[in-house]
Design a protein around this ligand. Structure first.
Ligand code: ATP
Length: 234
């Protein structure tokens, strides 16, 4: 199962933000999407999850178009957004139940997984809490737990480390590595290179909506060395 983005042109209006982006994320791999503020990382992810339609180019998962064959991907993609989005009127328990229903998970198996993740992120005694009771980092953890409940083919993660404490960052890295080992293709945008370096197999570096370099950090350093958006500035 490989995510293949080819010659993607897209954005929010008729003026493209992404000008010509191509990269791949194979299964069993975690690819870091890096670039300066405004480079187009979230916009790229928004196209992959279908929030935005490409103006040109293709986005395929295992050879099927994510736009034209969307039904084939039902329950096969999960997404952890940069800004947590929770339902104010639902408790943590209800958010988990909603996720289980949406992905049609077996409740017994899903609760086993959920209980493990809740314990890891120290949310296990907060099942009856509403979002208003949670800090930003705690909300982020709730989003992570929900996204990890289903077994998906493709996991998209947008800037996961910004609101997380060091312990939670360590725990998330461990869980992402688990997902990767289980076969999931993971695309993660981040600014925190030192942390990403621990788990990412390769990187895609974009600048002003264009692919600047791809490969290992050493490859990127070499390929982007002459650019204004060199690695040292990210
Ligand atoms: P950051 O590191 O700050 O999160 P990013 O690399 O994720 O940045 P994007 O959020 O993808 O960057 O933004 C890329 C460009 O698209 C920017 O010029 C931004 O102003 C523009 N943009 C982002 N969101 C919207 C929107 N909803 N409507 C119009 N333009 C947008």
């Amino acid at each position: 199962m490989t995510l293949k983005v080819e010659h993607l042109v897209g954005g929010y209006s008729s003026i493209p933000v992404l000008k010509d982006i191509s990269f791949e994320v194979p299964s069993h791999s975690l690819v870091g999407l890096i670039g300066l503020n405004g480079a187009g990382k979230s916009t790229t992810i928004n196209h992959v999850i279908g929030l935005l339609r490409p103006m040109k180019g293709t986005i395929e998962l295992n050879g099927l178009s994510l736009q034209e064959d969307a039904a084939a991907y039902k329950n096969k993609i999960a997404y952890i957004p940069e800004i947590p989005v929770l339902y104010e009127e639902l408790t943590l328990k209800e958010h988990l139940e909603l996720t289980m229903m949406a992905y049609q998970l077996d409740p017994k198996e899903a609760w086993q997984k959920a209980n493990r993740y809740l314990k890891i992120f120290r949310l296990d005694n907060k099942l009856d809490w509403f979002p208003i009771n949670f800090s930003k980092g705690m909300k982020q953890k709730v989003m992570i737990v929900c996204a990890l409940l289903p077994k998906v083919e493709l996991l998209l993660v947008d800037e996961p480390f910004l609101g997380l404490d060091p312990l939670a960052t360590h725990d998330l890295l461990m869980l992402l590595d688990e997902e990767k080992q289980a076969g999931t293709a993971i695309l993660m945008s981040t600014h925190v290179l030192s942390t990403a370096e621990e788990v990412c197999d390769s990187f895609v570096m974009i600048d002003d909506g264009q692919l600047l370099a791809a490969g290992t950090l050493a490859d990127l350093q070499e390929q982007s060395g002459q650019s204004d958006a060199s690695l040292s500035k990210i």
